[in-house]
Design a protein around this ligand. Structure first.
Ligand code: NFA
Length: 101
């Protein structure tokens, strides 16, 4: 078998910082129709009917449900767009964001 030689690394390799992730949170209310919430989740967050229905029901029963996590800009843009979709129909539907621990 041919011999191989490995040379120890001398170049510094700084640790890569990962951007902090932010949760998008669906907030329950008494007015927005369930089916509309599911439609917004599917459209804005690319969820299947099943996933969207589970997230909607969880928020309905517990008050809130984490939809997904993104970098801050993406989380804020998606939460705003999803909230606006409800507002456009006269619904009080709210999506908020918060940084992950
Ligand atoms: N609570 C709403 C209803 O009973 C449905 C809903 C679920 C609204 C999740 C907002 C968020 N029509």
């Amino acid at each position: 078998m041919p011999q191989t030689t490995t040379v120890p690394r001398t170049k510094l390799r700084p640790k890569t910082e990962r951007p902090k992730l932010h949760k998008v949170i669906l907030v329950n209310d008494d007015f927005t129709p369930r089916e509309f919430v599911v439609t917004v989740l599917k459209g804005e967050f690319h969820m299947s009917e099943d996933q969207a229905h589970r997230v909607m029901i969880t928020a309905h029963q517990r008050g809130v449900c984490v939809v997904a996590v993104f970098t801050r800009d993406v989380a804020e843009t998606k939460a705003t767009r999803a909230t606006e979709a409800g507002k456009a129909k006269g619904y009080p539907l709210q999506f908020t964001t918060e940084p992950e621990e």
